[in-house]
Design a protein around this ligand. Structure first.
Ligand code: 4AD
Ligand code: MG
Length: 478
């Protein structure tokens, strides 16, 4: 037997009682019992469930049993028997236990009691051992796998976009610099500015905010492509929806217009949510209970309107509402609601506006399209009215914007003019512009924020709790 073919606790819990000797390794979640017997709940992260290890104390060294504390790692050998206790069908009657690693009970911070998510963020090195983070990480994995599967099954090619770039894909200037210059005393040019010609790349370099521009280059050759990689934004937003480092999925498709793009976005999201329901049932059940417990402390209007699993099903079963930005503004104006931020044609929608549309007005996901060009990126296809662009944002209940995308401007003159109008450094984009001179075609794409998807699917409330090691302003531990 190779190490890989060894059963996991998830496998043992599904197997039948047997006289065969098995060995189970994991971390102790809790130990209880009396002077005759100890019951140890063991987890190896393969499932939200623990397996019960039963140790008859007459055959074990007392000191050994004393050393088995919450958080310690053990290997237990014995036979699988049907369990008398409630909540599990199989348990291990141990005849040998080896302690692999002790966990000092005085110091181990994850004793069996409820810990706040804030506290768990301070011990992000240990939080994967909690039920909540185990569930989140398993769901996160399943979603990552499902994304690749969705695209592979539909003949999209995965493109690895670079992480270090010399351009600003969103034209928003919220980038982290990458340099090997001595920041305390950088070389200067004659004008007294930092001389980036002496820097590693011979020019200014940044961490990418999006793989889109490179994704477009590939789509204009392979027709259907997608990227799935980390992206970085130096925006100082301390919200429950923003990370400085997050993962984005960016499909880009040649010969696709804005409507095709919306169809793809809707189908993709429904597929992913359905995949979670089919493959993560135990974890979602746990997360649903967790959310209900957490929300029982909240005011009624702050609670989710549906339990997690029902909410996920409702998204799959319904169709997304599709309206234009202009229609959205008029709904908001007619709502009679006092918003903190002003509503008038031309303003960027704030999360209070998005949430009103999704949670109060339509009560389902909404795809907003054709935004004013001045609040969107330079690369979006301009509408004939000269005022709007073929942008689309998908808004989700409890989340707000989960996807942002557009049909791209494929006409060289229009794109070129927009780059100049917006004061964008065209030299750094010559290659992008050139694709509009050689075999340009209509094409579209979008970006799905991976962590926002995970927030929605897990029902967690803070984006810091759906990525293993979050990067946010003033937070770079672990
Ligand atoms: O709307 P955004 O900025 O769009 C783009 O970057 C395009 N280049 C995508 C494309 O058309 N290929 O970002 C896309 C999505 C958002 O809808 C949101 O879900 C997520 O990325 N996102 C963030 N997620 C976490 N933290 C942040 N700071 C985020 N900024 C955007
Ligand atoms: Mg956006």
């Amino acid at each position: 037997m190779t190490a890989l073919s060894k059963n996991r606790i998830a496998d043992f819990l599904k197997s039948e009682p047997s006289d065969a000797l098995v060995s189970i390794s994991g971390w102790v979640r809790s130990k209880r019992g009396n002077k005759d017997v100890a019951f140890i709940a063991l987890s190896d992260g393969s499932t939200i469930k623990t397996i019960q290890v039963v140790a008859d104390l007459t055959s074990f060294n007392e000191e050994l049993i004393r050393q088995i504390t919450t958080g310690s790692a053990i290997e237990a050998k014995g036979k699988l028997v049907s369990s008398q206790g409630a909540g599990q069908s199989i348990e291990l009657v141990a005849n040998e236990i080896i302690i692999l690693g002790e966990a000092d009970a005085e110091k181990y911070p994850l004793q069996k009691k409820k810990h706040s998510l804030e506290f768990l963020r301070e011990i992000a090195h240990l939080r994967p051992r909690t039920n909540t983070f185990g569930a989140v990480l398993r769901v996160r994995h399943a979603m990552s796998f499902a994304i690749h599967k969705y695209f592979n099954d539909r003949h999209f090619y995965n493109i690895h976009a670079p992480i270090i770039t010399g351009s600003d894909a969103e034209g928003a200037g919220e980038m982290f610099k990458v340099t090997t210059l001595n920041v305390g005393n950088p070389p200067r040019n004659e004008a007294g500015d930092v001389d980036y010609e002496k820097d590693f790349f011979g020019k200014e370099a940044n961490l990418t905010v999006s793989g889109q521009l490179e994704s477009e280059l590939a789509a204009l050759a392979l027709s259907r492509v997608y990227t799935f990689g980390p992206t970085f934004r130096a925006e100082n937003s301390n919200t429950t929806r923003h990370l400085a480092e997050f993962w984005m999925i960016e499909p880009e498709i040649a010969f696709f217009d804005l409507n095709d793009n919306m169809d793809l976005a809707e189908d993709f999201l429904k597929y992913l949510i359905n995949y979670a329901l089919e493959h993560c049932a135990d974890d979602l059940e746990f997360l649903e209970k967790r959310q209900q417990e957490e929300e029982s402390q909240m005011k009624k209007e702050e609670r989710s309107s549906l339990p997690l699993i029902e909410k996920l099903k409702s998204v799959i079963e319904g169709t997304f509402e599709r309206i234009t930005y202009t229609e959205a503004i008029s709904i908001l104006e007619r709502s009679g609601k006092k918003f903190e931020y002003e509503v008038k044609w031309g303003v960027d929608l704030q999360s209070e506006h998005e949430r009103y549309l999704v949670e109060k007005h339509f009560k389902k996901p909404v795809i907003l399209s054709n935004y004013p060009k001045d609040i969107k990126a330079f690369y979006m296809k301009q509408d004939k009215d000269g005022k709007t662009v073929r942008a689309m944002d998908v808004l989700f209940p409890g989340i707000g914007e989960i996807i942002g995308g557009s049909q791209r401007e494929e006409v060289y003159e229009k794109l070129s003019q927009r780059i100049d109008e917006m004061g964008i450094h065209r030299e750094s984009l010559w290659w992008y512009l050139e694709t509009r001179q050689f075999g340009t075609v209509p094409h579209s794409g979008f970006g799905l924020g991976f962590e926002r998807l995970i927030l929605f699917v897990t029902g967690m409330g803070n984006i810091r709790d759906v990525i293993p090691f979050p990067r946010t302003p003033k937070n770079l531990e672990f």
